[in-house]
Design a protein around this ligand. Structure first.
Ligand SMILES: [Zn+2]
Length: 93
């Protein structure tokens, strides 16, 4: 486990990833996964309550399908740390 995290700065039309920020938290990946769409919408596990009870892999598939349908595709995701709640290590889709 490295001791840096990636900050995500989201403005209306811009997302900036900042890697290698020194961090004192020993992050885990047990926090909530966070997705975001092409329009900049942030999607938490509870955003779509009808899918909130599903395992995250299943839920993500449904969310991705749904956002493809409404032409606002999911373009990124990350997990957050359950201790400090910071998003970190955005995996690639
Ligand atoms: Zn942390």
């Amino acid at each position: 486990m490295n001791n840096t995290h990636s900050a995500i700065i989201i403005t209306d039309d811009l997302k900036i990833f900042v890697d290698g920020i020194p961090d004192t938290c020993d992050h885990d990946d047990k926090g909530d996964p966070i997705l975001w769409s092409a329009s900049g919408k942030t999607i938490h596990w509870h955003t779509y309550q009808q899918w909130a009870h599903l395992p995250s892999r299943e839920r993500h598939r449904l969310i991705c399908d749904y956002h493809d349908e409404i032409e606002d595709p999911v373009v990124g995701s990350c997990v957050s740390c359950s201790k400090c709640k910071k998003p970190f290590s955005p995996p690639m889709f």
